[in-house]
Design a protein around this ligand. Structure first.
Ligand code: SF4
Ligand code: SF4
Length: 365
C-alpha cells in the first residue's frame, strides 16, 4: 500500500460516509460502490491483497471526477481523488495491456499533437513568436471545441497591447493532465520531464485551462519536476492589464460557476469574480453550491470518456440552479466546464467562457 495514502484508505473505509451526500458521481448513479467510501474501500482491498486487479476493479476506481468536493466535507481533509488516482495507476501497472476501462496513452497524447496544427490554422503563424518572455498555453481541446474562443482571447491580448506573450511553439504537446488523471503515471512523467525543459525557457507560463496551470505548477513538483517559470492562470496574468482599461457594461443575468480546479485546487475564488464584475451591469449571481462547495460539471479528469452518461447527469445537476430562473448566462473560466455545461444547458441558459465575456466587454468600450 502506498505509504502516503495508507491513512486515507484506512480512515475512509471505517468512516460512516460523512461526505456521501456531496459526491457528484454517486449522487448521479445512486451506487453505493461509487461513493468516496466505496471507492476507497475497493482501493484498500486491492492494496491489502484481498481483491485482484481486474477491469471491474479499475472501473470502480475510475468513478471519480477528481473534483475534491468530498474533501470540503471531510474532517480529516482527505484527498480521495489523489488516493484513487494512485490506486488506478497501481492497477493499470498490474493488469498491463489487458486494461480496457481507461483511454489509452496513445489516444490521450493525440490531443496535444493535433493541437498545434489546429492553432496554426486558426491564428496564423504570427502568434507563434520565438523569444518572448512569457508563453500562452491554450487548452488542448479548444481549437476543436470552440475556435472562436481562442480567437477572441488573442484579440483581447492584442487590444490590451500585451507584447510579452506568444502562443507556445515548443515540441511538447499538452501538459499531460489527462494522462495523470487516468493513472498512466509513467507516460505522464515522461511527458512532464520533456515539458519542464521547454517551459523553463520562459519567465511565465500562462494557461487558460485551470487543469494545465495546476498540473504544470503543482503536480510536476510533486513528481520532483519543478518548473522555474511562474505558472499562472490567464485571469492572474490579465489582472494587471485589466486594471487600467475601461469596459462597457454588459446586460443580462450572469451566474458564476467555480470550476473545481480553479477553486479547490488553485484557490482562485475572488479574482475571477472581481474581473467579471468590471463589465457586468447587474450583480454577478451565485449558484447554490459555490466556492469551496461548488458542484462539479462532470468533466473532471477522463471521467466523460469512462462514464459518459453519468457525466451528463452530473452536468445537469450542476447547471440546475441557473435554470430555475428560466434564463441567464452561466460563466466559467474553465474551458472544460464550459464545454460540458454548454452541452447540457437547459433552454434559455447560455454558457460562456469568462475570458470571452471580458473580451466582449472590451470590444467597443
Ligand atoms: S473523505 Fe473523509 S468524510 Fe469522506 S469517506 Fe473518507 S474519511 Fe469519510
Ligand atoms: S473527488 Fe469528487 S468524484 Fe471523486 S470521490 Fe470525491 S466527491 Fe466523488
Amino acid at each position: 500500500m502506498p505509504a502516503k495514502h495508507e491513512r486515507d484508505y484506512t480512515y475512509c473505509t471505517h468512516c460512516p460516509k460523512m461526505c456521501r451526500f456531496a459526491c457528484p458521481v454517486s449522487n448521479a448513479d445512486f451506487r453505493e460502490t461509487h461513493t468516496p467510501w466505496g471507492k476507497m474501500a475497493a482501493a484498500r482491498e486491492f492494496f491489502s491483497g484481498a481483491r485482484e486487479a481486474d477491469n471491474e476493479l479499475l472501473r470502480v476506481l475510475s468513478q471519480c471526477l477528481g473534483c475534491r468536493l468530498c474533501q470540503t466535507y471531510c474532517d480529516h481533509e482527505i484527498d480521495v481523488s489523489k488516493a484513487l488516482r494512485e490506486a488506478r495507476s497501481a492497477v493499470i501497472q498490474t493488469i498491463g495491456p489487458g486494461s480496457t476501462v481507461l483511454p489509452s496513452v496513445e489516444s490521450l497524447l493525440l490531443n496535444g499533437i493535433t493541437r498545434r496544427k489546429a492553432l496554426v490554422d486558426l491564428l496564423g503563424l504570427e502568434w507563434f513568436r520565438p523569444n518572448t518572455a512569457d508563453v500562452y498555453l491554450p487548452a488542448c481541446e479548444l481549437p476543436d471545441a470552440d475556435p472562436e474562443y481562442v480567437k477572441s482571447n488573442v484579440k483581447m491580448l492584442e487590444r490590451l497591447e500585451v507584447s510579452s506573450l506568444s502562443v507556445f511553439n515548443g515540441d511538447a504537446g499538452c501538459c499531460g493532465h489527462s494522462l495523470y488523471a487516468a493513472g498512466h503515471t509513467e507516460a505522464f512523467v515522461e511527458l512532464a520531464r520533456r515539458n519542464v525543459v521547454e517551459f523553463n525557457r520562459f519567465k511565465r507560463v500562462v494557461c487558460d485551462s485551470p487543469e494545465c496551470a495546476y498540473t504544470i505548477g503543482t503536480i510536476y513538483r510533486e513528481f520532483g519536476l519543478p518548473v522555474t517559470a511562474r505558472v499562472m492562470h490567464m485571469t492572474e496574468f490579465l489582472q494587471g492589464y485589466i486594471d487600467v482599461v475601461r469596459f462597457r457594461s454588459l446586460d443580462g443575468t450572469h451566474f458564476y460557476h467555480d470550476s473545481c480546479v480553479m477553486g479547490r485546487h488553485l484557490e482562485l475564488y475572488d479574482l475571477p469574480r472581481e474581473l467579471l464584475r468590471r463589465t457586468l451591469r447587474a450583480p454577478l449571481r451565485e449558484f447554490q453550491w459555490n466556492r469551496e462547495s461548488s458542484y462539479c460539471c462532470g468533466a473532471g479528469g477522463v471521467f466523460p470518456l469512462v462514464s459518459p452518461e453519468t457525466a451528463e447527469r452530473v452536468a445537469e445537476r450542476a447547471i440546475a440552479t441557473s435554470s430555475e430562473s428560466g434564463e441567464g448566462v452561466v460563466v466559467s473560466f474553465s474551458p472544460r466546464c464550459v464545454w460540458q455545461l454548454r452541452r447540457n444547458a437547459p433552454a434559455g441558459v447560455r454558457v460562456e467562457h469568462g475570458l470571452s465575456v471580458l473580451a466582449a466587454g472590451l470590444r467597443d468600450a
